[in-house]
Design a protein around this ligand. Structure first.
Ligand SMILES: *Cc1c(COP(=O)(O)O)cnc(C)c1O
Length: 488
């Protein structure tokens, strides 16, 4: 967008300013004088304040504006980047006559991503070691080291490194011989990999609704869906919020079922002090580039039971008999992780505590700022649970501001803030409709239509976080005012 979409005249009315700042998504505009020189900045918050003091929307911008941050447009990038991390975060770049010709913010010229990998430790060193030693395939010391350290950290007796988080789910199902004739209960609100793995195993998925508090699979809905053919339940700890494992494990005992936790998004989450993924019969993790730790592509399956782990190990390697090379007892897969990827994984594990602390701090900052805004619902804080906050996700209830979720996301996008919608409910998508039965999914449907994830990567700076919160505050205020003046 060109600079004039961020400018108003100091003599323009507040109504005009409101239109401009609503269109630019920033919730703010620079005020210039007759000659185009910078005089200040005006935001929806300032306008609201003036209206509160009894001024009308016809009043000039000049009376509502505050001072604006500016730097000479020919400043070096260091100077500019220092300024955008300071107060306000939005800095006008002005020419020698103090005329704004551009502006800088933590999202401009770069958008703020929802998540990006942070390869800040020994990744390069370990990968280089693979190359200089020629150990690049799946035989190699980093694979075993990654498995051992992962198992220790996540409280599991056995960990198998695999090529991604989807085959991790598939391998877990196959290790328990789950296949045709079996039903597997999955939540409606999840990434499609969960249900795809069930279908690839040849089993029948049974989709059930989620709990409106946790957004995770609802134990009562599971209980109602259990049949004599049910073999397994696959809870997903969505966005890092632990699922109700006590209730799920009680159903496991009562009905003799297998529980496979999809912990792809929940590395670091705790259920009553226990790592998510380590509570059921098996737990799976993903190391895709936007997950808590990454190996580019990669995954892990953890097992409680020795026999299932042994079976999984064999299936991961073509079903080959470990005691008799090239003798195959059954049809397996090649689901191995390479030493190159495991090398990155080892370096990422070393930084795990730092990543998790940063995620928790980001979530706490969002909670403090956004919790005050009417119309935004934050994830529930449930006693005894530690949400790892893989991605800070919120539910919008902004009808009063005349904003639906998609319009809200579009406004943030204009301000350079990347967001992503919650997953679509599985039951709505063509490949999965048949597995919805005649069940109803009011909670997944409502959450999915109104939810979005905010920038939450471990590399997100405090300045970017503050900027995102400021844009959200002004965006909601802008639309509330636009709505109010429309109905007035
Ligand atoms: C990311 C993810 C997966 C799959 O992981 P990949 O490594 O991308 O195959 C599975 N389930 C959930 C809930 C996920 O978020």
């Amino acid at each position: 967008m060109a600079i004039n979409e961020y400018l108003v005249r100091d003599s323009d009315s507040l109504a005009t300013a409101l239109r401009v700042i609503d269109a630019n998504g920033l919730g703010l505009a620079f005020a210039v004088d007759r000659d185009g020189r910078l005089r200040g900045a005006v935001s929806s918050i300032d306008i609201k304040e003036r209206l509160g003091q009894g001024q009308s929307l016809a009043a000039p911008v000049g009376g509502a504006m505050k001072s604006a941050e500016s730097v000479p447009a020919d400043s070096d990038t260091e100077t500019v980047s220092q300024r955008i991390n300071g107060v306000g975060h939005i800095v006008a770049l002005v020419d020698s006559e103090r005329r704004p010709i551009e502006f800088a913010s933590p999202a401009r010229p770069q958008r703020i991503p929802v998540a990006e990998p942070a390869l800040l430790g020994n990744e390069l060193k370990y990968v280089t070691e693979c190359i200089t030693t020629n150990w690049i395939s799946s035989q190699g010391s980093f694979v075993r080291r990654f498995e051992t350290e992962f198992a220790a950290r996540f409280g599991a007796p056995h960990a198998l490194a695999v090529s991604n988080g989807t085959v991790a789910l598939h391998l877990a199902l196959k290790a328990f011989d789950i296949g045709p004739r079996d039903e597997v209960i999955v939540p409606d609100l999840t990434f499609a990999a969960t249900i795809n793995a069930v279908l690839h195993a040849g089993a029948t998925p049974v989709i059930v609704d989620v709990d409106p508090e946790t957004w995770n699979i609802d134990p009562e809905a599971i209980a109602a869906a259990i049949t004599p053919r049910t073999r397994a339940i696959m809870p997903v700890h969505l966005y890092g919020q632990p699922a109700d494992m006590d209730a799920i494990m009680a159903l496991r005992e009562r009905h003799g079922l297998i529980v496979i936790e999809d912990a792809a998004e929940a590395a670091g989450a705790l259920y009553k002090g226990r790592p998510c993924g380590s509570i059921g019969d098996a737990g799976t993790f993903s190391f895709f580039s936007n997950k808590v730790i990454t190996t580019g592509e990669g995954g892990m399956v953890v097992f409680r039971d020795d026999r299932a782990a042994e079976r999984g190990r064999r299936l991961r390697d073509h079903g080959m008999n470990p005691a008799k090379r090239y003798w195959h007892d059954e049809v397996g897969f090649n689901y191995r992780l390479t030493n190159l990827q495991a090398a990155i994984g080892c370096a990422q594990l070393e930084q795990f505590d730092g990543f998790l602390q940063r995620k928790l701090a980001i979530a706490a900052a969002y909670r403090a700022r956004l919790g005050r805004i009417e119309g935004l619902r934050l994830p529930a804080e449930i006693p005894g649970m530690r949400n790892s906050h893989w991605m800070m996700s919120i539910i919008t209830e902004l009808e009063r501001a005349g904003l639906d979720r998609d319009a809200f996301m579009a406004q943030l996008g204009k301000a350079g803030i990347e967001t992503r919608p919650l997953f679509y409910p599985l039951h709505q998508m063509p490949p999965y409709r048949a597995y919805a039965g005649n069940r109803a999914f009011p909670h997944a449907t409502r959450l999915s239509a109104n939810g979005l994830s905010l920038p939450s990567g471990a590399t997100l700076t405090d300045g970017q976080l503050d900027y995102v919160c400021g844009v959200i505050e002004r965006c909601v205020m802008t639309r509330t005012l636009v709505q109010a003046t429309r109905t007035a």
